[in-house]
Ligand binder design. Structure first.
Ligand code: NAP
Length: 248
Protein backbone atom coordinates (compact mmCIF):
# COMPACT_ATOMS: atom_id res chain seq x y z
CA UNK A 1 0.00 0.00 0.00
CA UNK A 2 1.25 3.42 -0.88
CA UNK A 3 -0.27 6.84 -0.24
CA UNK A 4 2.59 8.91 -1.64
CA UNK A 5 1.45 12.34 -2.72
CA UNK A 6 -2.00 12.02 -1.08
CA UNK A 7 -3.21 14.43 1.58
CA UNK A 8 -5.28 13.12 4.48
CA UNK A 9 -7.39 15.03 6.97
CA UNK A 10 -7.67 13.13 10.28
CA UNK A 11 -9.94 14.63 12.93
CA UNK A 12 -9.23 14.02 16.60
CA UNK A 13 -5.65 13.13 15.69
CA UNK A 14 -3.91 14.57 18.75
CA UNK A 15 -4.29 11.32 20.74
CA UNK A 16 -5.56 7.76 20.82
CA UNK A 17 -6.96 6.20 17.66
CA UNK A 18 -6.70 9.39 15.59
CA UNK A 19 -3.00 9.80 16.37
CA UNK A 20 -2.36 6.16 15.37
CA UNK A 21 -4.31 6.68 12.14
CA UNK A 22 -2.35 9.84 11.28
CA UNK A 23 0.93 8.03 11.91
CA UNK A 24 -0.08 4.94 9.91
CA UNK A 25 -1.12 7.06 6.92
CA UNK A 26 2.14 9.00 7.25
CA UNK A 27 4.11 5.73 7.22
CA UNK A 28 2.49 5.03 3.83
CA UNK A 29 3.67 8.40 2.54
CA UNK A 30 0.57 10.57 2.96
CA UNK A 31 0.70 14.22 3.97
CA UNK A 32 -1.41 14.64 7.09
CA UNK A 33 -3.58 17.44 8.46
CA UNK A 34 -3.90 16.73 12.19
CA UNK A 35 -7.17 18.21 13.52
CA UNK A 36 -7.47 18.72 17.28
CA UNK A 37 -9.70 20.57 19.75
CA UNK A 38 -7.44 21.65 22.62
CA UNK A 39 -4.30 19.48 22.77
CA UNK A 40 -1.96 21.73 20.77
CA UNK A 41 1.28 20.22 22.09
CA UNK A 42 0.17 16.66 21.52
CA UNK A 43 -0.99 17.54 18.00
CA UNK A 44 2.42 19.10 17.27
CA UNK A 45 4.12 15.93 18.55
CA UNK A 46 1.95 13.78 16.27
CA UNK A 47 2.95 15.97 13.31
CA UNK A 48 6.62 15.54 14.18
CA UNK A 49 6.19 11.75 14.33
CA UNK A 50 4.31 11.80 10.99
CA UNK A 51 7.27 13.57 9.36
CA UNK A 52 9.71 11.06 10.86
CA UNK A 53 7.58 8.19 9.55
CA UNK A 54 7.36 9.44 5.97
CA UNK A 55 5.02 12.42 5.52
CA UNK A 56 6.50 15.06 3.25
CA UNK A 57 4.33 17.48 5.23
CA UNK A 58 2.23 17.28 8.39
CA UNK A 59 0.49 20.20 10.03
CA UNK A 60 -1.83 20.69 13.00
CA UNK A 61 -5.12 22.65 12.82
CA UNK A 62 -7.20 23.62 15.84
CA UNK A 63 -10.88 23.18 14.96
CA UNK A 64 -14.05 22.32 16.88
CA UNK A 65 -15.58 19.73 14.56
CA UNK A 66 -19.07 20.67 15.79
CA UNK A 67 -18.72 24.19 14.31
CA UNK A 68 -19.87 24.13 10.67
CA UNK A 69 -18.17 27.40 9.68
CA UNK A 70 -14.93 26.57 11.48
CA UNK A 71 -14.80 23.24 9.65
CA UNK A 72 -15.21 25.02 6.31
CA UNK A 73 -12.38 27.42 7.19
CA UNK A 74 -10.17 24.48 8.22
CA UNK A 75 -10.84 22.48 5.05
CA UNK A 76 -10.10 25.60 2.98
CA UNK A 77 -6.85 26.12 4.91
CA UNK A 78 -5.75 22.49 4.41
CA UNK A 79 -6.52 22.79 0.71
CA UNK A 80 -4.50 25.98 0.45
CA UNK A 81 -1.56 24.56 2.45
CA UNK A 82 -1.35 21.15 0.73
CA UNK A 83 -2.85 21.89 -2.70
CA UNK A 84 -5.79 19.50 -2.26
CA UNK A 85 -7.37 16.84 -0.07
CA UNK A 86 -7.63 13.15 -1.04
CA UNK A 87 -8.55 11.29 2.17
CA UNK A 88 -10.81 12.12 5.11
CA UNK A 89 -10.92 10.24 8.40
CA UNK A 90 -13.70 11.40 10.71
CA UNK A 91 -12.44 10.20 14.08
CA UNK A 92 -13.02 13.00 16.63
CA UNK A 93 -15.42 11.81 19.29
CA UNK A 94 -16.52 12.20 22.90
CA UNK A 95 -18.68 10.27 25.35
CA UNK A 96 -20.79 11.40 28.30
CA UNK A 97 -22.15 8.17 29.64
CA UNK A 98 -25.25 7.72 31.78
CA UNK A 99 -28.52 5.83 31.81
CA UNK A 100 -31.12 7.32 29.51
CA UNK A 101 -33.95 7.83 32.05
CA UNK A 102 -31.75 10.28 33.96
CA UNK A 103 -29.56 11.58 31.13
CA UNK A 104 -29.10 15.34 31.05
CA UNK A 105 -30.23 17.00 27.83
CA UNK A 106 -26.86 18.76 27.62
CA UNK A 107 -25.06 15.40 27.63
CA UNK A 108 -27.18 14.14 24.76
CA UNK A 109 -26.69 17.32 22.75
CA UNK A 110 -22.93 17.56 23.32
CA UNK A 111 -22.23 14.00 22.18
CA UNK A 112 -24.42 14.28 19.09
CA UNK A 113 -22.89 17.68 18.23
CA UNK A 114 -19.31 16.39 18.19
CA UNK A 115 -19.75 12.81 16.99
CA UNK A 116 -22.58 13.07 14.47
CA UNK A 117 -22.76 16.73 13.44
CA UNK A 118 -18.95 16.94 13.45
CA UNK A 119 -18.81 14.02 11.03
CA UNK A 120 -21.48 15.63 8.85
CA UNK A 121 -19.56 18.93 8.83
CA UNK A 122 -16.38 17.39 7.42
CA UNK A 123 -18.32 15.16 5.01
CA UNK A 124 -20.23 18.18 3.75
CA UNK A 125 -17.16 20.27 3.01
CA UNK A 126 -14.81 17.49 1.79
CA UNK A 127 -17.22 15.47 -0.36
CA UNK A 128 -17.66 18.47 -2.67
CA UNK A 129 -13.90 18.65 -3.13
CA UNK A 130 -13.67 14.92 -3.83
CA UNK A 131 -16.45 15.06 -6.43
CA UNK A 132 -14.76 17.98 -8.16
CA UNK A 133 -11.38 16.20 -8.07
CA UNK A 134 -12.84 12.97 -9.48
CA UNK A 135 -12.14 10.77 -6.47
CA UNK A 136 -11.50 10.42 -2.77
CA UNK A 137 -11.60 8.10 0.21
CA UNK A 138 -13.61 8.63 3.37
CA UNK A 139 -13.49 6.56 6.57
CA UNK A 140 -15.80 7.39 9.46
CA UNK A 141 -15.11 6.03 12.93
CA UNK A 142 -18.30 4.59 14.37
CA UNK A 143 -18.34 2.10 17.26
CA UNK A 144 -19.60 -1.34 18.15
CA UNK A 145 -22.05 0.60 20.38
CA UNK A 146 -23.56 2.10 17.22
CA UNK A 147 -24.22 -1.38 15.85
CA UNK A 148 -25.48 -3.20 18.94
CA UNK A 149 -26.42 -0.38 21.35
CA UNK A 150 -24.94 -0.22 24.85
CA UNK A 151 -26.58 0.33 28.22
CA UNK A 152 -25.38 3.63 29.67
CA UNK A 153 -24.38 5.01 26.26
CA UNK A 154 -27.67 5.83 24.51
CA UNK A 155 -26.39 9.26 23.40
CA UNK A 156 -23.07 7.85 22.19
CA UNK A 157 -24.66 4.80 20.51
CA UNK A 158 -27.22 7.01 18.76
CA UNK A 159 -24.46 9.29 17.43
CA UNK A 160 -22.43 6.29 16.24
CA UNK A 161 -25.47 4.63 14.62
CA UNK A 162 -26.11 7.98 12.93
CA UNK A 163 -22.59 7.86 11.50
CA UNK A 164 -23.43 4.52 9.90
CA UNK A 165 -26.50 6.11 8.30
CA UNK A 166 -24.39 8.99 6.98
CA UNK A 167 -21.80 6.53 5.67
CA UNK A 168 -24.23 4.34 3.75
CA UNK A 169 -26.23 7.26 2.34
CA UNK A 170 -23.22 9.25 1.13
CA UNK A 171 -21.66 6.05 -0.25
CA UNK A 172 -24.71 5.62 -2.49
CA UNK A 173 -24.56 9.26 -3.59
CA UNK A 174 -20.90 9.33 -4.63
CA UNK A 175 -19.91 5.76 -5.57
CA UNK A 176 -20.15 6.40 -9.31
CA UNK A 177 -17.69 9.29 -8.96
CA UNK A 178 -14.79 7.23 -7.55
CA UNK A 179 -15.42 8.29 -3.94
CA UNK A 180 -15.70 5.50 -1.37
CA UNK A 181 -17.27 6.00 2.06
CA UNK A 182 -16.84 3.35 4.75
CA UNK A 183 -17.09 3.11 8.52
CA UNK A 184 -14.92 1.32 11.05
CA UNK A 185 -16.60 0.15 14.24
CA UNK A 186 -14.01 -0.37 16.98
CA UNK A 187 -14.77 -2.35 20.11
CA UNK A 188 -12.85 -1.50 23.31
CA UNK A 189 -9.57 0.16 22.39
CA UNK A 190 -6.95 1.15 24.94
CA UNK A 191 -7.07 4.99 24.85
CA UNK A 192 -7.87 7.89 27.19
CA UNK A 193 -11.57 7.25 26.50
CA UNK A 194 -11.53 3.70 27.88
CA UNK A 195 -8.94 4.49 30.58
CA UNK A 196 -11.59 6.79 32.06
CA UNK A 197 -13.90 3.78 32.65
CA UNK A 198 -14.15 2.27 36.12
CA UNK A 199 -12.10 -0.88 36.78
CA UNK A 200 -15.37 -2.81 37.10
CA UNK A 201 -16.63 -1.59 33.72
CA UNK A 202 -13.29 -2.41 32.06
CA UNK A 203 -13.34 -5.94 33.48
CA UNK A 204 -16.93 -6.43 32.33
CA UNK A 205 -15.94 -5.28 28.82
CA UNK A 206 -12.90 -7.55 28.77
CA UNK A 207 -14.98 -10.59 29.70
CA UNK A 208 -17.11 -10.02 26.56
CA UNK A 209 -14.17 -9.79 24.13
CA UNK A 210 -13.52 -13.10 22.34
CA UNK A 211 -9.83 -12.18 21.85
CA UNK A 212 -9.52 -11.57 25.62
CA UNK A 213 -7.65 -8.30 25.22
CA UNK A 214 -8.44 -4.65 24.59
CA UNK A 215 -7.64 -3.43 21.09
CA UNK A 216 -4.71 -1.14 20.36
CA UNK A 217 -5.12 2.11 18.42
CA UNK A 218 -2.86 0.55 15.74
CA UNK A 219 -5.42 -2.25 15.23
CA UNK A 220 -7.94 0.38 14.13
CA UNK A 221 -5.37 2.38 12.17
CA UNK A 222 -4.49 -0.66 10.03
CA UNK A 223 -8.12 -1.10 8.97
CA UNK A 224 -8.44 2.62 8.21
CA UNK A 225 -5.25 2.58 6.12
CA UNK A 226 -6.55 -0.33 4.06
CA UNK A 227 -9.89 1.41 3.41
CA UNK A 228 -8.01 4.60 2.45
CA UNK A 229 -5.84 2.77 -0.07
CA UNK A 230 -6.31 1.93 -3.74
CA UNK A 231 -6.62 -1.73 -2.72
CA UNK A 232 -10.07 -0.95 -1.24
CA UNK A 233 -11.40 0.88 -4.31
CA UNK A 234 -14.38 -1.49 -4.75
CA UNK A 235 -15.43 -1.44 -1.09
CA UNK A 236 -17.98 1.20 -0.16
CA UNK A 237 -20.84 1.69 2.30
CA UNK A 238 -19.44 -0.98 4.63
CA UNK A 239 -19.02 -1.11 8.40
CA UNK A 240 -15.86 -3.00 9.35
CA UNK A 241 -15.72 -4.20 12.97
CA UNK A 242 -12.33 -3.99 14.68
CA UNK A 243 -13.42 -5.41 18.00
CA UNK A 244 -11.64 -8.67 18.84
CA UNK A 245 -14.94 -10.47 18.37
CA UNK A 246 -17.01 -8.59 20.95
CA UNK A 247 -19.89 -8.23 18.51
CA UNK A 248 -20.04 -11.96 17.65
P1 NAP B 1 -9.69 10.01 22.80
O1 NAP B 1 -8.41 9.34 23.15
O2 NAP B 1 -10.58 10.52 23.89
O3 NAP B 1 -9.35 11.21 21.78
C1 NAP B 1 -10.40 11.99 21.27
C2 NAP B 1 -9.88 12.87 20.15
O4 NAP B 1 -10.97 13.64 19.63
C3 NAP B 1 -8.82 13.87 20.62
O5 NAP B 1 -7.87 14.04 19.59
C4 NAP B 1 -9.63 15.15 20.82
O6 NAP B 1 -8.87 16.33 20.65
C5 NAP B 1 -10.64 15.02 19.68
N1 NAP B 1 -11.83 15.84 19.89
C6 NAP B 1 -12.75 15.73 20.89
N2 NAP B 1 -13.70 16.66 20.73
C7 NAP B 1 -13.38 17.38 19.64
C8 NAP B 1 -13.96 18.50 18.98
N3 NAP B 1 -15.10 19.07 19.41
N4 NAP B 1 -13.34 18.99 17.88
C9 NAP B 1 -12.19 18.44 17.43
N5 NAP B 1 -11.60 17.37 18.00
C10 NAP B 1 -12.18 16.86 19.10
O7 NAP B 1 -10.63 9.04 21.92
P2 NAP B 1 -10.30 7.65 21.20
O8 NAP B 1 -10.58 6.58 22.16
O9 NAP B 1 -9.03 7.72 20.48
O10 NAP B 1 -11.51 7.62 20.17
C11 NAP B 1 -11.40 8.09 18.84
C12 NAP B 1 -12.69 7.77 18.10
O11 NAP B 1 -12.92 6.37 18.15
C13 NAP B 1 -13.92 8.43 18.72
O12 NAP B 1 -14.82 8.80 17.70
C14 NAP B 1 -14.51 7.32 19.56
O13 NAP B 1 -15.87 7.49 19.75
C15 NAP B 1 -14.20 6.12 18.69
N6 NAP B 1 -14.20 4.87 19.41
C16 NAP B 1 -13.34 4.66 20.44
C17 NAP B 1 -13.37 3.45 21.11
C18 NAP B 1 -12.44 3.14 22.23
O14 NAP B 1 -12.61 2.07 22.85
N7 NAP B 1 -11.48 3.99 22.56
C19 NAP B 1 -14.30 2.46 20.72
C20 NAP B 1 -15.15 2.72 19.67
C21 NAP B 1 -15.09 3.92 19.01
P3 NAP B 1 -8.07 17.02 21.91
O15 NAP B 1 -6.95 16.06 22.26
O16 NAP B 1 -7.57 18.29 21.36
O17 NAP B 1 -9.08 17.13 23.01
Amino acid sequence: MNLNGKTAIVTGASRGIGAAVAERLASLGANVAVIYAGSAERAAAVCARCRELGSAAARAYQCDVADFDAVKRTVDAVRADFGGVDLLVNNAGVNRDGLLPTMREADFDAVVAVNLKGTFNFLRHCSRLFLRAGGGRIVNISSVAGVTGNAGQANYAASKAGIIGLTKSLAREVASRNVTVNAVAPGFIDTDMTRAMSEKAREAALSRIASKRLGRPEDVANAVAFLASDAAGYITGQVIGVDGGISL
